[in-house]
Every structure is written in C-alpha cells, then in structure tokens.
Design a protein around this ligand. Structure first.
Ligand SMILES: NC(=O)c1ccc[n+]([C@@H]2O[C@H](COP(=O)([O-])OP(=O)(O)OC[C@H]3O[C@@H](n4cnc5c(N)ncnc54)[C@H](O)[C@@H]3O)[C@@H](O)[C@H]2O)c1
Ligand SMILES: O=c1ccn([C@@H]2O[C@H](COP(=O)(O)OP(=O)(O)O[C@H]3O[C@H](CO)[C@@H](O)[C@H](O)[C@H]3O)[C@@H](O)[C@H]2O)c(=O)[nH]1
Length: 455
C-alpha cells in the first residue's frame, strides 16, 4: 500500500524524537504520517546527513517510503542538535539506547544525560515521553534530570518488532500510556488517535513494567518451545505437529511457537536480564526467568553440538558454511544474534566459518562473508542454517550437495524441506523434527568451550 503525507490531516502538534534508530526513526516517520510535525534529532552526524539525503541507515520494510513522504511534505526533518529539536516541541520522545550494564541492569546513562541536556530548553508545559525500554522508576529519574516541575514524564513503551516495525507501529495490538498526570497521558494518547488502536492508559510504574513483562513472557514461551523441540527430537515426536496442535488452543495461539537456535536480538537478552535485576533489587528472585535465560544458552549449545557432531566431534581446521548472521530474518541487526554467536563459538573451537547473509556484505568480527549461499558452501564440511531468510528455501539443494565437501545440513530454523534435502543426497537435521537423520551431538563441545580449549 502506498502511503502519502496527505493520508492524515495536519494535527498542528510539534513532536520531537531524540534518537533515530530502529525505534526513533520508525516512530518519527509514522508520527509524521499520522499528521504530526516531527523533528528527529540524532547525535550521529553521519546518520542525520544520510537521512537528509533520503538514505535509510537501517533495513526495515516500508520505512524508506514513509521517510520520503514525510520529508517531501515538510512534516519530517532531521537535525543533529537535541536542543534545536526540542525548543518548540509539544511532546518529546526519548528513543535512546538502554543497553545491558555489567550487572544485568539497563544502562540509563544516555536517557538521563539527554534529559539533563534538554531540560532547560523545553517549552513551557511540554511532555517528555520515555519510549526507550526503561525499568520501573525511570520516569521519576528522568523528571529529576529534566529539573522542570511544569514538564510531565510519560511512559509510552514501544512494542514494534524489527522487520515489521512500520506495520507494527501503525497496527499495534495496543498503545500503552503511563502517567501520573491524566492530561499528559491524554496528550500522548491523542497522538495515536488516527490508529484507532486499543489504548491502555495506566500509572507510570505499570506502563514501564508492561514492556518488560511482555518481552520476558515471550522469551519464556520460546524457551519452552525450544525445550519441547529437544524433547520431541529425542522421543520421536515432531515439534511442527506439536506446536500446530498446541496453537489451535485459543488460550495458547499460534504466534511465537517456532523453534530456532535460541532467542536473541537487541531486546530479549537485555530486557530479560534487566527484569531479573529489577526483581532482585526489589527482593524477589525471579527464578523462572533466570532458568529461561540459562535454558536459552543451553539450547544454543545443543545445536552447536550438532554442528560439531556432524564433523565427527572435532571442528578444528574444518570448514563450516553458515547461512544467516542476523538475529532473525527481515532485519540487518546483528546485536545479540544467535547465528553470529554460533559462528563465534565455532571459531573459538577452531573451525573456519564462511557465512552468507543477504544483508551482510562485509566480513563481521573476523567471520568470512561469502557473496552467495552457494559460495558459502564451497568445500565446506557441513552447512548450518542460523537465520530463517526465506530465500534459503529457494536454493537448489542438488547444487548445495555438489558444492559441499561433506553431506550434513544442520538447519537450526527448520527452513529447508527435509524430503527434498534427502532426495539431493544430504543428511539433514533440524530442530525437533521427527525421523530426519539425527546427527549425534558432541559432548566435547561443552568441555571445550567452558574449559577454553579446542575440542
Ligand atoms: N529495536 C527494537 O526493535 C526495539 C523495539 C522496542 C523498544 N526498543 C527500545 O528502544 C530503545 C532504542 O532502541 P533502538 O533499537 O532504536 O536503538 P538504536 O541503537 O537503533 O538507536 C538509538 C539511536 O540513538 C542515537 N543516540 C545515542 N545517544 C544519543 C544522544 N545523546 N542524543 C541523540 N541521539 C543519540 C544513536 O545515534 C542511535 O541512532 C531501547 O531502549 C530499546 O530497548 C527497541
Ligand atoms: O516463533 C519465534 C519467534 C521469535 N523467535 C526469536 O525470538 C527473537 C526475538 O524475535 P522478535 O520478537 O520477532 O524480534 P524483536 O525485533 O527482537 O522484537 C521483540 O523485542 C522488541 C524490543 O523490545 C519488542 O518491541 C517486540 O514486541 C518483541 O517481539 C529472535 O531471535 C527470533 O528469531 C523464535 O525463535 N521463534
């Protein structure tokens, strides 16, 4: 669907978005599309220059079209100075990174530094919105850093997923607005009115907590699915049939039931760690969530063991072809990617890894990156698949079989067709699949990685 700036009338509301990453750029472009006048600020001069030229610095479906429409309508602009961006803004969104700190907590330094920076420059009665993922209690810390009693701080967490960011922003399951001031909450909720979305208006502590609760719940669900996949594989069941049967129960639902190499990405790992930490700080041992985090690492290790097992238990000097490096398909984001972590572990064990990913064109962290899926396979002893890019299922498997020196495929995403792989002469194994040539896992992997020596 083509979107133009005339789809929604001008609201007259001046919005500022600070931080133009996956969240800020999507939010800025979508808010402009909804009729608001948006100025986006980013500390990266290169990023701002690129955006002014119309170059989108991230891979996100539909974002280029929306940014172009916003810029050509004059409703969307980009600056490097946070102070220039905020001075006439009615509402200021903070879309800044909140990475994991050494103790697991969310590092709020950027959020608090920007709040301190912009406080004195804000318009009388402006509203500041935390869109970054921040732990309960952060709104009060931001208010303190702003030093502006006339400015209310509202929590409006973002739930978009990478790869579907624009679609998620414009078709949200819910908009969450948390504030201890009803009129500030109303002003923020009104920005989303054209979406006609379900809106949860609540207190600020609950809004901050909804974000972590949602991500932690989804991560636990995936840990359960991945563990069930291991049980299925060991017991002769098939995880695809099992999740189809489970998902048919309306209380369970079909989404978020695909097994993989363990969950990763820029959010789940840091947000689960931060919720464990917040719970500890409030005297609660969130043992369930801690167990899910541990089981996630264990699951990835299990798949690593399959790859090592495929070459006889010792990968030293062996060549591994790896399809996929991003943390999931549809994004160029490599942050906390399970596929990239598999590559690192294989290299640590002494393997030579040659990867292919449609969004990665240069070598990453010393991992050799090939120009095509087939090129990655040339003379490799085993092929592993770490990301579920749809194009992988289009590759001619007989050409894969010819290119490989070995014959095993370890598909950590279940993207290939098992009978087609077998017909091409490949020994195929996936995650939790029934009867498709299970490769023994390598017990040596744990000892080698934990002991820091090659297997
Ligand atoms: N990525 C997601 O899918 C997603 C979804 C929902 C929520 N979140 C949360 O949103 C927040 C932002 O995440 P992201 O993935 O968009 O981050 P990101 O790293 O992609 O983008 C952050 C941007 O902020 C800019 N920045 C850093 N310091 C700045 C400063 N002092 N002034 C101005 N700009 C500055 C950076 O240059 C960068 O462009 C995090 O809290 C994250 O947890 C992320
Ligand atoms: O059935 C599934 C679904 C996801 N994943 C994995 O789970 C991780 C997270 O995937 P996803 O949730 O799709 O991506 P994100 O872009 O990280 O989005 C999550 O994190 C964002 C940041 O907080 C939230 O806004 C989103 O609601 C939340 O889905 C990735 O490693 C996926 O491969 C699976 O293995 N199987």
């Amino acid at each position: 669907m083509s979107r133009t700036s005339s789809d929604h009338p001008d609201s007259g509301v001046q919005v500022c978005v600070i931080g133009t990453g996956y969240v800020g750029l999507t939010a800025g472009a979508c808010l402009a599309y909804l009729g608001h006048r948006v100025t986006c600020a980013d500390a990266s001069a290169d990023r701002v220059a690129a955006l002014r030229r119309g170059t989108i610095p991230i891979y996100e479906a539909g974002l280029d079209e929306l940014v172009e429409a916003g810029a050509s309508s004059g409703r969307l602009s980009f600056v490097t100075s946070n102070l220039d961006a905020v001075h006439d803004a009615d509402v200021v969104f903070l879309c800044l990174p909140t990475p994991q700190d050494a103790d697991g907590s969310a590092d709020l330094s950027r959020v608090l530094a920007v709040a301190a920076e912009i406080g004195a420059s804000l318009k009388e009665g402006a509203v500041v919105v935390n869109k970054s993922t921040v732990p309960v209690g952060t709104a009060a810390r931001v208010a303190e850093a702003l030093g502006r009693p006339d400015v209310h701080v509202v929590s409006n967490p973002e739930f978009l997923a990478e790869g579907s960011a624009v679609r998620d922003f414009l078709n949200p399951d819910r908009v969450v607005v948390g504030s201890d001031d009803a009129s500030a909450a109303e002003r923020v909720a009104a920005l989303y009115a054209p979406l006609d979305a379900r809106t949860v208006v609540t207190d600020v502590a609950s809004a901050e907590t909804i974000k972590y609760a949602s991500n932690a719940y989804l991560a636990i669900r995936l840990t359960f699915v991945n563990s069930m996949a291991a049980v299925c594989e060991a017991s002769g069941a098939d995880i695809r049939a099992v999740t189809e049967g489970m998902g048919a129960d309306r209380r369970i639902g079909t989404a978020f039931l695909k097994p993989g190499p363990g969950w990763g990405g820029s959010c789940f790992p840091k947000d689960t760690a931060a919720l464990v930490r917040t719970s500890e700080e409030h005297g609660f041992d969130f043992s369930l969530l801690r167990a899910a985090v541990d089981a996630n690492a264990q699951h990835r290790r299990w798949l690593l063991g399959k790859i090592v097992g495929a070459v006889g238990g010792d990968v030293r000097g062996r060549r591994v072809a790896l399809w996929g490096l991003t943390f999931k398909a549809g994004t160029d984001d490599l942050r906390d990617s399970p596929a990239l972590e598999l590559a690192h572990d294989l290299v640590a064990l002494g393997a030579q890894v040659r990867a292919y990913d449609p969004t990665v064109t240069t070598d990453v962290d010393g991992i050799d990156v090939a120009r095509s899926a087939l090129a990655a396979c040339e003379d490799a002893d085993v092929l592993a698949i770490g990301t579920e890019w749809p194009e992988f299922s289009e590759v001619d498997l007989s050409e894969v079989a010819s290119a490989l020196a070995g014959d095993v495929v370890v598909d950590c995403r279940n993207v290939l067709d098992a009978p087609a792989a077998a017909a091409a002469g490949l020994l195929y194994t996936g995650v939790g699949l029934r009867g498709v040539g299970v490769v023994p896992t390598s017990a040596a992997v744990d000892a080698a990685l934990d002991g820091g020596t090659a297997a």
